[in-house]
Write a protein that binds this ligand. Structure first.
Ligand code: TXA
Ligand code: MG
Length: 336
């Protein structure tokens, strides 16, 4: 199969709808990262998603719907604050985990009694979701464990030959995956950090907690226990006060004939000497560039030497969650 990248228009939407209705997969843009979409009510289609990604089968998927979709078909609202969250952040990069009604295939939820639901804030994605008017299960459109894709070309590089169509909606503006929020409890609990931050949720609900995975018997958001976002080259992650050590590693690798490249924000870049991939200045800008730079880095570098992010923005939490999974913390004296 030769995977086609198609601009979003009447023809490609028609084709995408036919594929989805046939239980086939279509890669779709969202404002966060590209998704690998399949019909959420079809176990066969959902199994194809897990297969194409090589995803562990205990890691449930998010269901995507258009903004006028009747969510009450899918889930129960357990607390009134949920309506305020929907008003404030949906469409947007927020996924709500709610008790479900058994409408979608059990393969989506991996047998859990909750379902993750999201309304993406991306015009092309909304057009697609409106056109099919069906709930679409979609994880990020990368091979499991690899960096998430933020352009149609990134999807192509991972999934060429495995799916028929990638709908091209340009570069994703958000750049990191949605905030996953458990709203089955009296106080909402963040299972995965993203661009909708705890402070933003607190302003609407009055309270918000982070999940405590450490020591928990049950991992509340199964995806968070796996290795993630990893580029195909070697990596080393440094604290912001370890720049001399990072430079030492860079120089050592260069002397050995390897190609190291720094991955850092613009603020620290002038303190480092060598080839660099710059992530930007603000939290939003860095989030939006992170995966693109990681994917660019793996093409040009033998080793990405990353420096932790600290812009003072709350978005840093989501960015560092990804960066510290993508890049291995460097241990002093370690051979690379
Ligand atoms: O921005 C995003 O959320 C992107 C785009 C494509 O929408 N999607 C995405 O999907 O990141 P994925 O499959 O890569 O991540 C879904 C996360 C995983 O950590 C998974 O464990 C969690 O959501 N999740 C899904 N259903 C859940 C549930 N019922 N309870 C707890 N966590 C759930
Ligand atoms: Mg993912």
């Amino acid at each position: 199969m030769n995977t086609k990248i198609l601009k979003i228009n009447d023809n490609s939407l028609k084709l995408a709808k036919a594929l989805i209705e046939n239980g086939e997969l279509v890669a779709i843009p969202t404002e966060t990262v590209y998704g690998l979409g399949g019909l959420a009510t079809s176990t066969e289609a959902v199994n194809k998603i897990f297969q194409a990604k090589g995803r562990p089968n205990d890691n449930p998927l998010i269901v995507h719907v258009h903004k006028n979709y009747d969510l009450s078909k899918l889930v129960f609202v357990d607390h009134d604050y949920v309506y305020n969250l929907i008003d404030a952040f949906m469409p947007g990069p927020l996924t709500l985990v709610m008790r479900h009604k058994g409408y979608v295939s059990q393969a989506v939820t991996c047998g859990l009694d909750t379902l993750a639901v999201r309304i993406p804030d991306h015009q092309g994605c909304q057009d697609f979701l409106k056109y099919v008017d069906l709930p679409i299960a979609a994880p990020s459109a990368n091979v499991s464990k690899h960096t998430s894709p933020v352009t149609a070309e990134h999807v192509y590089n991972d999934l060429n030959g495995k799916i028929e169509v990638i709908l091209d909606g340009g570069k994703c503006s958000g750049g990191i995956e949605s905030t996953v929020l458990d709203v089955t409890k009296p106080v909402p609990v963040i299972l995965r950090s993203g661009l909708v931050t705890a402070e933003m949720i607190k302003r609407v609900v009055g309270a918000c907690e982070y999940v405590q995975n450490a020591g928990d018997d049950v991992v509340r958001s199964p995806g968070m226990k796996y290795v993630h976002y990893t580029p195909k080259c070697k990596t080393a992650l440094f604290e912001r006060n370890e720049l001399p050590l990072a430079q030492e590693l860079y120089d050592k690798l260069t002397q050995k004939g390897q190609v190291p490249v720094f991955l850092c924000d613009d603020k620290v870049s002038h303190k480092l000497c060598g080839e660099k991939l710059l992530l930007g200045v603000s939290g939003e800008e860095i989030a939006s560039n992170l995966y693109e730079k990681l994917l660019e880095g793996e093409k040009i570098a033998d080793c990405l030497i990353a420096i932790k992010i600290d812009t003072g923005s709350e978005i840093d939490i989501g960015v560092m969650n990804r960066l510290s999974k993508a890049c291995k913390p460097y241990e002093k004296g370690e051979e690379i």
